[in-house]
Design a protein around this ligand. Structure first.
Ligand code: HEC
Ligand code: HEC
Ligand code: HEC
Ligand code: HEC
Length: 120
């Protein structure tokens, strides 16, 4: 009895660990939480990155300006306006909303355009 119980422990542990690491490797949803914009006044935005890769196709539609696609927007877009192409919050809003509004106009998809649909 003792022997069987000690064998079961690592087997159960392995069963629990495999699906957890598999889910982490997938990372289909990103929670956008730029520290430069903190402390956040609105609820954090959950961004389904993998779904956008399928819907949009071109990485450079969002990761633009010869950005190597690994970069965070805040590498170029600083929170404050001085010496900055477009401040960080405006950069996010302009990119997300312009495409969602355009998509909604064409239909049938209706991605979020209201504050509470993204900040929830
Ligand atoms: C619809 C817009 C959009 C598309 C299309 C897109 N991404 Fe992203 N991606 C983002 C946003 C927004 C972030 C988060 C950036 C931030 O936190 O500043 C991000 C983050 C990333 C990150 C993680 C960066 C980090 O340091 O956390 C990688 C890697 C990445 N994208 C690669 C890609 C690749 C490769 C493609 C094309 C297959 C792609 N992305 C297509 C918007 C997009
Ligand atoms: C490698 C630097 C760099 C990175 C990284 C970067 N940008 Fe930009 N972005 C720029 C520059 C420079 C401009 C100024 C306009 C131009 O030259 O296209 C700009 C302009 C913009 C504009 C304004 C476009 C217009 O026509 O009004 C938006 C919106 C924008 N960026 C959003 C983003 C978002 C969102 C991210 C992250 C997914 C991002 N950018 C990452 C450099 C960058
Ligand atoms: C170039 C176009 C484009 C850009 C840029 C874009 N989106 Fe989207 N987004 C879409 C489309 C198209 C859909 C609908 C996808 C579908 O129905 O499968 C969508 C859907 C969504 C959804 C709803 C997903 C769901 O479960 O219904 C969220 C949330 C979202 N986008 C957040 C964002 C955020 C945040 C950004 C900016 C960081 C962003 N998107 C930038 C095209 C875009
Ligand atoms: C399409 C999605 C989307 C919509 C719609 C949207 N936002 Fe955002 N918002 C974002 C993203 C993405 C960020 C950047 C989050 C980050 O990286 O921390 C952001 C950042 C912010 C921030 C700075 C961070 C904070 O919480 O203090 C404020 C304030 C904000 N949004 C307010 C609004 C208001 C008000 C509206 C409606 C008029 C709105 N947003 C509509 C996606 C959206």
């Amino acid at each position: 009895m003792m022997r069987r119980a000690t064998l079961l422990v690592p087997v159960l542990a392995a069963l629990l660990l495999i699906p957890a690491s598999w889910l982490l490797a997938q990372d289909p949803q990103m929670t956008l939480d730029s520290p430069e914009l903190g402390p956040h006044r609105r609820p954090l935005v959950v961004f389904p990155h993998a779904r956008h890769e399928n819907a949009v196709g071109e990485c450079s539609r969002c990761h633009h300006n010869n950005c190597d696609t690994q970069g965070k927007c805040s590498e170029c877009h600083k929170a404050k306006a001085d010496g900055n192409p477009v401040p960080l919050k405006t950069a996010f809003h302009r990119l997300c909303k312009s495409c969602h509004e355009e998509t909604a106009r064409k239909g049938p998809a209706a991605p979020p355009v209201m504050c509470g649909q993204c900040h929830k």
